[in-house]
Design a protein around this ligand. Structure first.
Ligand code: NAP
Ligand code: MG
Length: 509
């Protein structure tokens, strides 16, 4: 599925009038790999195109890093880790560098927002206000942790040591060289989630952005340099799945952190076996959003639309199984369809755009397959069901009703603006149906009954539960999956555990 697209069909884009001077300047520069503090071409000189999903036009060419480049990047990260300067730098200095990254992201928010909108397709307003602003927040949050990575003293008993005395303590030390492989749906933000805790704890890293959206990772690399991150700490390899595979199978990588499909997540686990590197995974989802008849109607309608339409449905947490209490099913699903069909669809750089295109031809074909599957399996589209327009990868927001639990659109992750609405009779039925999934990433609950909200939340097999809201993220709240949605938790203090290991020291006095 990855790396196989023929990119020959895209034609070079005229410079987009909506881009500012800084964005044009960035696009006009060469886009190279960041290895050991130098911007370098791929070892074999290859490049590949990255495309505007709203038009199919090529935006620019980017260095095509392969396994040989991964070797060079890992070697640089290893040298830098082993020389110890980064891990033993005063925590306060690491804190200040991370804080500066946050400040620079804010200062360059327009540039980052425009490049993200162009490369990914999302609205520039959302890219700036959510993706860039939150990425800055993540760096500042982990800046604060750099000075607080503490071990503990342990009052040991040592029963076989007579009356000798001991001083025992633990240290939390970095894991080492980290490989970080990220997807295209939140390109900058996923890079921030990965870099923030890894850098705060003194690791060095090799980051591989997705082939569809390599550009803001390169801008972030420049920002890291400007903020004072020493050479060789952050290395960036743009490329395809073979570069990701080279990272996850590399014997000199101590840990791999991956966000993407469950399918590739399993390949990462296999590849990591060679040197038993540590693995953390944020994978797919098919999240349940449960609406009780006693909900706040307007909030539940708006929130239930945003739950699956945000980011054009390309969110691992997307609330794409909409469970509605029997008594309000017809009226509620119609209200959701009506609201969804009002969304302004357009180019990410148009200020009015709410819904942009899906990211590429592969994703467009995948979503189109599910639009057909929904009907073939007996469902009915209350709104949508087809592409929007005839250029770019736009899909109409689509609400399927009359679907059954075993339908493909109910069971499988679509990653497009498509929701499937099912009925439930009572709390038992809602919880049973919501938990009937191989995934367990997130869930929503809408009710004014506080007791019911708590009871349902505590029974949902999901890493995040949002009540009377959806996608209620915070940098301080752990995020990750139950079941096949992943291993480990990102964000919050818990992410520090992914990037540190404990050393026990016991001294006989
Ligand atoms: P994907 O293949 O899992 O891509 C995620 C990252 O893994 C990309 O950087 C990708 O590189 C890299 N990769 C691909 N093959 C690899 C391998 N064998 N070893 C190591 N790394 C590898 O996801 P996708 O193909 O872009 O999207 C497919 C589906 O995944 C979507 O339709 C959606 O259902 C799901 N998805 C989930 C999330 C999430 O946040 N949980 C995000 C994106 C997609 P290249 O892309 O450069 O080849
Ligand atoms: Mg891919």
């Amino acid at each position: 599925m990855t790396g196989t697209l023929s990119r020959d069909t895209g034609s070079a884009a005229p410079v987009d009038e909506r881009l500012g001077a800084e964005a044009r300047d960035f696009l006009a520069r060469p886009h190279r790999l960041l290895i050991g503090g130098q911007w370098v071409d791929a070892a074999d000189g290859r490049t590949f195109g990255t495309y505007d999903p709203a038009t199919g036009n090529e935006i620019t060419q980017v260095a095509h890093g392969g396994p040989e480049d991964v070797d060079r990047a890992v070697a640089a990260a290893r040298r830098t880790f082993d020389d110890g300067a980064w891990a033993t730098m005063k925590p306060r200095e690491r804190e200040q560098i991370l804080w500066r990254i946050g400040d620079l992201l804010d200062a360059k928010a327009e540039l980052f927002g425009q490049i993200e909108a162009l490369d990914n397709g999302k609205s520039v307003g959302i890219a700036t206000a959510v993706d860039v602003a939150w990425a800055a927040d993540v760096f500042r949050y982990y800046a604060g942790w750099a000075t607080k990575i503490e071990g503990s003293t342990v009052p040991v008993s040592m029963p076989f040591a007579g009356d000798k005395q001991f001083h025992a303590y633990t240290q939390r030390v970095p894991v080492g060289v980290c490989g970080q492989i990220i997807p295209w749906n939140f390109p900058l933000l996923m890079a921030a989630w990965k870099l923030g805790p890894a850098l705060a704890t003194g690791n060095t890293l090799v980051l591989k952005p997705a082939e569809q959206t390599p550009l803001t990772a390169l801008l972030l690399g420049e920002v890291c340099q400007e903020a004072g991150v020493p050479d060789g700490v952050v290395n960036i390899i743009t490329g395809f799945g073979d570069a990701g595979a080279a990272i996850s199978g590399h014997d000199d990588v101590d840990k791999v952190a991956f966000t993407g499909s469950t399918e590739v997540g399993k390949l990462i686990v296999d590849a990591a076996k060679g040197n038993l590197k540590k693995v953390s995974l944020e994978l797919g989802g098919k999240s349940a959003n449960i609406v009780f008849a006693d909900c706040d109607w307007d909030a539940a309608v708006a929130g239930s639309v945003a739950a699956w339409m945000f980011n054009h449905g390309q969110a691992c947490t997307a609330g794409t199984r909409l469970y509605v209490e029997d008594s309000i099913y017809e009226e509620f699903t119609q209200a959701v369809a009506d609201a969804a069909s009002q969304a302004t669809i357009g180019h990410g750089l148009d200020p009015d755009t709410v819904l942009g295109p899906v990211v590429d031809q592969d994703q467009f074909d995948k979503v189109s397959y599910y639009l057909r599957a929904g009907i073939e399996d007996g469902g009915r589209a209350l709104t949508g069901g087809a592409r929007h327009g005839d250029t770019g990868f736009f899909i109409q927001p689509t609400v399927f009703v009359d679907v059954k639990p075993e339908d493909r659109v109910v069971k499988e992750e679509i990653f497009g603006p498509v929701v499937s609405a099912l009925r439930f009779t009572d709390v038992e039925d809602a919880v049973r149906q919501a938990n009937d999934s191989m995934y367990g990433l997130a869930a929503g609950v809408w009710t004014k009954d506080l007791s019911k909200a708590h009871q349902v939340a505590s029974r949902l097999q999901a890493g995040s539960v949002w009540v009377n809201q959806y996608n209620g993220f915070d940098t301080a709240m752990p995020f990750g999956g139950f079941k096949q949605s992943g291993w480990g938790r990102e964000l919050g203090a818990g992410a520090l555990d992914l990037y540190t290991q404990t050393r026990s020291v016991n001294i006989q006095l």
